[in-house]
Ligand binder design. Sequence first.
Ligand code: AMP
Length: 197
Amino acid sequence: MMNIVLFGPPGGGKGTQSALIKQKYRLIPIAPGCLLREQVSKKTALGQRVAQYIDRGELAPDALVLDVVSEQLVATPGAPGFLFDGFPRTVAQAQTLEENLVRQGAQLDAVIFLEVPEPELIERIRHRAQIAGRVDDQDEASIATRMRIYHEDTLPVAQYYANQNKLFRVCGVGAIDVIFTRIEAVLARLSNLLMLK
Ligand code: AMP
C-alpha cells in the first residue's frame, strides 16, 4: 500500500499528473477541489456553501474539507492506496490527515512537490481559463488571492513534510510525459525503500 500526496501551486499540473499516476499505480484519487467544484456546478447545498470561497480564490474551511476527505477515506476500505491531489493545503489539514491514516493503520509515504515558477503558473492558469471555463481561473483578483494563500497557508505544508523526510521535489516544467517520468523515478525509489523496511 502506498499513500501519496501530489502537492504544488495552483496551475502546477497536479490534476494532469494525478490522472497519469492513478492510472499506472491504481491508487484511489482524493481531490477535494475537484469534488467541491462539481458540487458548485450541481448547485447542491454543499456547493452553495463553498462557491463563494472558490470564486474568490480562498480556501474552503478546514473542517468542511476534512469532512469531505474522511468521508471518501472510509468509503473505500481496503483501498490499494490513496493519491491526495490538492490536499492538504494547510498544516492543520496535514495533521488531521495523519491522524486519520494512523487510525486506519496506514501512513503517508511521500509528498511529491511539483515545482513551477510563478510567471509560468499565471500563464498556464490564463490558458486554462480559455479552454476549461473554471470561474476561479477567469478573474485576475481570484488568481492573485490563490497565489497569496498558496504562499501563506499552503507552502508551510511543504516544510512540515520536509521535516518528516517525506518531501520529494520534482521539476514541474516541461512536457507532460517528461514530468511524469520524473515522478515515476521518485515512486520507483520510494517503492524500493518501502520494500526494504
Ligand atoms: P482545485 O481544483 O484543487 O484548484 O480547488 C479549487 C478550490 O477548491 C480551491 O481554490 C479552494 O477554494 C477549494 N479547495 C480545494 N482543495 C482545498 C483544500 N485542501 N482546502 C481548502 N480549500 C480547498
